[in-house]
Design a protein around this ligand. Structure first.
Ligand code: CP3
Length: 354
């Protein structure tokens, strides 16, 4: 494997000194880039793009050609696991993800197979190794998965949801069925991330997009407990280097202390938590990733730079920050704004690392 030319991202996650703050953007490969839309059209649709390693590799690298990013993220989706469990994932234009089969009963859950990542999700692994080869050591490659709770919300609701009524009915009415499903998902996610690591992922992020919809107690029992199991089962070192694990619970600001207790290396923050306060709470244990509101990118360049400056100042002159948006970049953002953002992080962070 080629030697890593830029390891700022991995160094910051290990809370080691860096020359400037590393930055990447959630959903950095996506619809806001015209070249992404062109490749997707060539592939036919989004899922075909995910299932073809050459196309997936091409779109993974597109944002790196435009912006000075410090990490690449595997182009795929969190819903590959439920798809491999036989639920039949498809996307309807403008409506988001959908499943042909939904999961509602104890029998549905009992019949659900736990996929073998190496074979059943072999197409994802091929994408990982293809991208890793094409990166040729330029920046580290991030692998990812959804959290068991977040995957379960899509599987039980049958797609996106506003009120989560089906999954919450399952959780409150038949908690043992809910736990059986989450148990299967935790096993699948652990195997899936470990296989991504074996195929070349140099860090992994768990997206708990919907953990923040839970009450305090329910979060601990139905989301965090399973992320805890996953972290405990992950390969933590590969190719002679630590493989950091980042946990991102959207709207999870109140649980940072318990998230840090899982033994993960970093926490992803959305924009609703002040990063300086978060550092005061857990900065002795984990690195922090975040956390500019993605909507700042609808403003002018001066405003974007000012928001970056505020977040850098709040975090202060310490090791252990990876700059990111607080959630994925929106499809309507002009690509030039993303460039302003990335360059501002590098430029304005230098004084904090002297
Ligand atoms: O960050 C990256 O660049 C890597 C790629 C990535 C995608 N999805 C590509 C994608 C990652 C990390 C994801 C994760 C993902 N997928 C999450 C968790 C992250 C988060 O946003 O909280 C979730 C909840 C999903 C499920 C999913 N997939 C949704 C809700 C959607 C959007 C549907 C829509 O039409 O708005 C997708 C589709 C999707 N995944 C797209 C991309 C680029 C857009 C598909 C397209 O090209 O039309």
């Amino acid at each position: 494997m080629a030697e890593l030319k830029n390891d700022r991202f991995l160094r910051a996650l290990a809370r080691q000194p860096v020359d400037c703050t590393p930055v990447w953007m959630m959903r950095q490969a996506g619809r806001y880039l015209p070249e992404y839309r062109a490749t997707r059209a060539q592939a036919g649709d989004f899922l075909s793009l995910c299932k073809n390693a050459d196309f997936a590799c091409e779109v993974t690298l597109q944002p790196l050609e435009r912006f000075d990013l410090d990490a690449a993220i595997l182009f795929s989706d969190i819903l590959t696991i439920p798809d491999a469990m036989g639920l039949g994932l498809y996307f309807e234009a403008g409506e988001g993800p959908k499943f042909r089969k939904v999961l509602r009963t104890e029998q549905d859950v009992a019949a659900l197979p736990v996929p073998k990542a190496a074979s059943d999700l072999g197409y994802v692994m091929k994408c990982v190794s293809t991208i890793r080869g094409a990166l040729n050591g330029r920046v580290p490659l991030i692998g990812f998965s959804g959290s068991p709770w977040t995957l379960a919300t899509y599987m039980v609701e049958g797609g996106s949801s506003k009120d989560f009524r089906h999954i919450k009915a399952m959780m409150y009415d038949t908690p043992e069925v809910m736990h059986a499903l989450l148990e299967k998902l935790a096993l699948s996610v652990t195997d899936y991330l470990n296989e991504q690591i074996r195929c070349g992922a140099q860090a992994v992020q768990i997206f708990d997009t919907w953990g923040g919809s839970l009450s305090d107690r329910a979060y601990q029992e139905f989301s965090l407990a399973y992320m805890n199991k996953i972290v405990a089962g992950l390969i933590r070192e590969n190719e002679g280097r630590k493989v950091p694990v980042i946990l991102f619970t959207k709207n999870g600001g109140q649980w940072l202390e318990s998230m840090a207790e899982t033994g993960c290396d970093a926490l992803g923050l959305d924009w609703t938590t002040d990063i300086g306060q978060a550092r005061g709470r857990v900065g002795h244990q984990v690195a922090l990733q975040g956390n500019m509101d993605p909507c700042v990118l609808y403003a002018g360049a001066d405003r974007i730079r000012a928001e970056v400056a505020t977040i850098l100042e709040s975090f202060g002159a310490h090791p252990g920050q990876v700059f990111n948006l607080g959630h994925g970049i929106h499809q309507f953002v002009e690509p030039e704004k993303a460039k302003v953002f990335v360059d501002a992080v590098h430029e304005l962070s230098v004084p904090y690392h002297r």
